[in-house]
Write a protein that binds this ligand. Structure first.
Ligand code: SF4
Ligand code: SF4
Length: 349
């Protein structure tokens, strides 16, 4: 993984016209799943993981055409990010034997304190529905701790730019460190814990975050949460703790779903997307979820323009903050109502 990273950033590619493949790097990590005899399987209609690699000539891939100074900055984020991702992937060696599967409220409180001290913003919990597991993947455990980290407004507001992409990488770097730290803490206390990959991953993180009650998915396909709106990244830790305080266990509803009613009248991201990759209306998808963007159109522009993020930045929730939008929004009875559906009960096979 390091060699590939070095080739990507320092040598500007792997000698091919298309540059190195992030997807093949992630597939390598996924091979650790072969260490498990049983996995929680995806639903038959689960969607595949969205590929990162774009069919774009190497000279147009912004991350392969950086100045020497920019490359050093990227390495300062990329080295710890990929190191922690690699350490996290090794935790999927199939050897850890949990001795507990229920946690005390004190343990959960301690975990949350540790997560916040390490830089997490919001933390939630979910029993992972099978339709959130990507096609051909699987999970060692059926529950997940989901957390977010915030990205700074100033660099993000310059999107698309090198500074913006660097800040996004910093978010990934922080998530990889936090998930490793929390997973180690959970294991020391006897629970199974597997950090989700900061990049890529086995599940649809916005889907899980919405089910965990951390926010709602906006028309740009990103999670919108209280505070910074869409200016965040999401990660998970899969665990065997069966009594996590999920929304369901607490008898609560996700309080953020009104966000999509606002989206139905706002549509700013749709107007501002440089390649019209965001659909006018989210479209029903085969797995029961809603598809909000044309990934291929987004990915090509994203690859040529420092990871774009224009939709994230122009979103009113990111600009003025969630609370202000909420206080001014009077409702939209014409908005199409939809929820991200939960598939049938998760079972081991
Ligand atoms: S820009 Fe508007 S439509 Fe797009 S996600 Fe944000 S609130 Fe929703
Ligand atoms: S990241 Fe850029 S290209 Fe992709 S959907 Fe958002 S605005 Fe459009």
């Amino acid at each position: 993984m390091f060699k590939q990273l070095f080739n990507t950033i320092i040598r500007g590619g792997d000698g091919t016209d298309r540059g190195p493949s992030l997807d093949s790097m992630l597939e390598q990590s996924d091979k650790h799943l072969n260490n498990f005899e049983t996995l929680v399987p995806p639903a038959p209609n689960s969607k595949p993981r969205t590929p990162f690699d774009a069919d774009v000539p190497k000279e147009q891939i912004t991350m392969l055409n950086l100045t020497a100074q920019q490359r050093l900055k990227v390495m300062s984020k990329g080295i710890p990010l990929f190191a922690n991702m690699q350490i996290g992937a090794r935790m999927y060696d199939g050897k850890f034997q949990p001795i507990k599967s229920t946690a005390s409220p004190e343990f959960i409180a301690e975990l949350e304190t540790m997560a916040r001290e390490a830089g997490a913003k919001d933390i939630g919990y979910v029993k992972v529905p099978r339709n959130a597991i990507f096609q051909d993947k699987g999970l060692p455990c059926e529950y997940a701790v989901v957390f977010t980290v915030e990205m700074d407004k100033e660099p993000m507001s310059t999107a698309p730019s090198f500074e913006c992409q660097l800040e996004a990488m910093d978010g990934y770097k922080r998530m990889a460190a936090i998930s490793k730290k929390l997973a180690n803490f959970m294991r020391k206390n006897g629970f199974a814990a597997y950090p989700g990959m900061a990049l890529g991953g086995l599940t649809d993180y916005p889907h899980l975050a919405e089910l965990a009650g951390l926010g709602a998915i906006g028309y740009h396909g990103l999670l919108i949460s209280s505070g910074e709106g869409a200016r965040l990244r999401i990660n998970t830790i899969y665990t065997n703790i069966t009594n996590l305080p999920t929304l369901e266990a607490q008898g609560k509803e996700n309080e953020h779903l009104w966000v999509r009613d606002f989206c139905a009248m706002c549509k700013k991201c749709i107007r501002k997307c440089p390649v019209e990759a965001i659909y006018e209306q989210p479209e029903p998808r085969g797995d029961g979820g809603m598809q909000t963007i044309d990934h291929a159109a987004c990915r090509d522009y994203f690859t040529r323009n420092y990871g774009c993020a224009v939709c994230l930045v122009v979103c009113p929730f990111s600009q003025v903050g969630y609370e202000k939008v909420k206080s001014h929004f009077k409702g939209n009875p014409q908005a199409p109502q939809f929820r991200i559906p939960v598939s049938s009960v998760v079972k081991f096979v």
